[in-house]
Each structure stands twice: as C-alpha cells, then as structure tokens.
Design a protein around this ligand. Sequence first.
Ligand code: URQ
Ligand code: ZN
Ligand code: ZN
Length: 483
Amino acid sequence: MSNYILIKGGTVVNADREFRADVLCGDGVILAVGDDAAAQAPAGTEVIDALGQYVMPGGIDPHTHMNFPFMGTVTVDDFYSGTSAALAGGTTTIIDFVIPNPQQSLMEAYQQWRGWAERAACDYSFHVAITWWSEAVHRDMGTLVREEGINSFKHFMAYKNAIMCDDETLVNSFKRSLELGAMPTVHAENGEMVYLLQQDMVAKGITGPEAHPLSRPTAVEGEAAQRAIAIANVINVPIYVVHVSCEESAAAIAAARARGQRVYGEVLAGHLVIDDSVYRHPDYAFAAAHVMSPPFRPLGHQEALWRGLQSGQLHTTATDHCTFCEAQKAAGRDNFAKIPNGCGGVEERLMVIWDAGVNTGRLTPSEFVAITSTNTAQLFNLYPRKGRIDVGADADVVVWDPLGSKTLSAKTHHSKNDFNVFEGRTVKGIPTYTLSQGRIVWADGQLRTVAGQGRYLKRPAFGANFAALALRASVNAPTAVAR
Ligand code: URQ
Ligand code: ZN
Ligand code: ZN
C-alpha cells in the first residue's frame, strides 16, 4: 500500500484560520497543503474524499492516566487500549503522568512508565509528578529535563497519605522547575481539608458516593489554586492548573492573569457538560462510576468554564482519562473515600466539545482547534510538530464531518471500561478518519491501530529565565528554546 495519502476537497482548520486546501501526507509528515497538493502526489497515492468536511490537527490530550496503579488497583485501560480509544475519537497525542510513590526514585518510576507505554498506538509524552522532596529528587528533575525531554512537573495538592505534595515540596519543586525551564502544574485541591471533610462525612454516617462532592467543595479547589498561583508568583515561574472545575479557580486564574502573571488553565470535557446530580443517583454503581476529583460541580460552574475558554482565560481541554470498572469501584461501597477516583473520556472529548461548543456558537472551529490541540502543543513545547496542519508537521490529522452524528455509549466505545460518563449523549460532529504519523488508524468506524506504533516525544525545556521571556501565540506560551 502507498505511503502517500491525499486528503482532498476539505477545509483545513488551524488555530489561526480556516481555508480550503488539499493535504498531502507521506513518510509520516505533511508534505503539501494547498490547491497544488494533488499535483505533487505520486502515482498510487491513496485519496481520502474530504468534501464538506474539516481537516484539523489531531487532538492532543494533555491529561491521561493509562496503566495507572492508583488506590490499590490499576486502571482498566493500558497504553494500547487507551490510545486506541483516543485515535477513534480523533486524538493523536496524549501526555500521561509518571507518578512515583513517595520515596520512590523519579528515574525508576520514569523507566517503569516508559516500559508500560511501549504498547501505545499513538505518540505520547509524560509529565512527572513530584510526590516528595530530597536531594535525589532535585538531581533527577535535572536529568529528566536535560536528558529525557520532560518539561513539566505535576504536583498533587490532594490525596493526603498517598501522593500529596506539601507546601515545602511545592516551593522547592517550583524553584527547581524555574531553574530548569520546566512548567510546574498542579492538581489544585486542599488535601488537608478534603481529608477532614471525608472523615466528617463518615462520622455523620454519609458513606455513599453522594458524600464525594460534599467532601470536596469548590472552596477547597479555589483555595489551593490561589495558593499555588501565589507561590508561583513569588518564585516568578509560570504555572498550569490542571482540571479547573469551578468558578473559584477559574476566577483565581483570570485575576492572576489580569495582574500580568503567566497562569494557564485546563478544563476537562466532563466538567463542561456533566453536573453533580450524578452523585445522588440511587444506583451505587452509576454514582460511583462518576467519582473523580475534582468532582462534577453544580450546574452554574459549567458556564464559568465555557466563558474561560471563550475569553482565552482558560487554555486547554483534556479528559483525565483514568478508567476503573464497576468491580473496582465497588471497593468503596461502605466508604466513598475508597472508591478509586477517575473517569474516562479520551475518545469522546473532541465530539463532546464540538457538539456543546461549536454547534452552540460558543466556539469557532479555529477556537476549537486551539483548545483541543494547538494551545497544548505550544504550552508543552510540541509545536509546530504537533498542533498545526502545515508542511513539515507530523501527519497527525483528523478529518471531521460536522454533519455526522452518533450516540456515545459504553457498548460501542473503544476503551476497555464498562461505563461511559457520556452514555446516551447524541453528538453532531464526528471524526471520519484519523491519521497518526501519516497512517490511517480510524476509518469508517473501524480501528486499525497497532500496539507499539506510538513514539515517545521528548519535549525540550523552555529557555533560561523563561518567566521573563517575550510572549507568543494566542496563549502567551513561554518561548521554546532547546537547552
Ligand atoms: O487526580 C487525578 O488527576 C488522578 C490521580 C486521577 N483521578 C481523578 O479522579 N481525577
Ligand atoms: Zn488530578
Ligand atoms: Zn489526573
């Protein structure tokens, strides 16, 4: 079969503009974009008819957990099933997390995750979590940045007695991130307050999933977001807040940005469309399937998240894909605090955001591309190899039918999980083809993924003094300089 693919007749959508053009892919990259692309196609080139469809850079999900050992169990999706699901939904790159146990060497954990990820079907990269502090952690952060292409570190401000990072570690790690030109990122929830409220709930006899959001109110997220932003401000390092779920933390980000601070915010597809009523469902399995942190929020918060994305105060979208099946979720039947936290969505993110964002007029197609792909590529230094349809970029492409529709369901999704938080939602706007490294991996509803086809992406550090460097692009990402 030919190594060349011509995507013909579609409308290319990049974050900065949309225009009619054919796209020629070969040897894993985009070779030509424009009316003359067909003329450059060698004999035997396979043609995809994209008439009436959009041609967009494949989605980048900056927040997934595949093959993740967490809360006494391991996610049902490994790197093969999880990335296959991603490709079925038009996402062609994931950034997953290396999460060392406290006292575990960063390098050892990193090698563990690299091994698990060898099964990935699409390209991938890693953030590395800082779960404890020592001279060795300080040293290994340097090795990871300089030799392994890690340019972002994650800090869990929640999950006390497990992977929680205290303020001392936060401060040390933020300072070290600045030295190295790496982006600190935070899961913003006050872990001490969550711990206290969880115990309060149990003491009151409220032990079901309905207690989960009660133990993690929005103020707990807002406080942690403000604290992390304040620490980053003093250290003068940019900061990225993962899964912003509520008005309080969105407002903290917007206020800091208005003061000139470089703060970036990520929103999960689920938080945009699902509300906290799911935790009050009488069926334990249904309610427990929605247990993730931060939890789904009362309805009004969704509007704050949409407004943040529309105004450019929030920048990326992700899923936090972290799948546990009904049997695993049963671990918390007598105590909600023991329900493994996490939900899926890596396959559905683009469809849900297109349907609820573009079809409603909240987002233009270019804004959709920005928040599902380009901004992430810029913020984590993958751009323009990823996040753009352009000559020389990787041929990670999604052909998108804005009139096609489907009903999302666990019966038809490609994750191994037995539950889908978007179950029954009919979306208009679906991927008809996904190309990864120039290969067709999703076509006409069929997956053609291969385990191990994904490549590890090294992401160079940002330049020295990156907090002070000139801004670029729509998200004001720090200037990328290989060190
Ligand atoms: O907090 C996270 O991002 C992890 C550890 C997965 N689970 C979740 O509930 N979000
Ligand atoms: Zn988190
Ligand atoms: Zn997560």
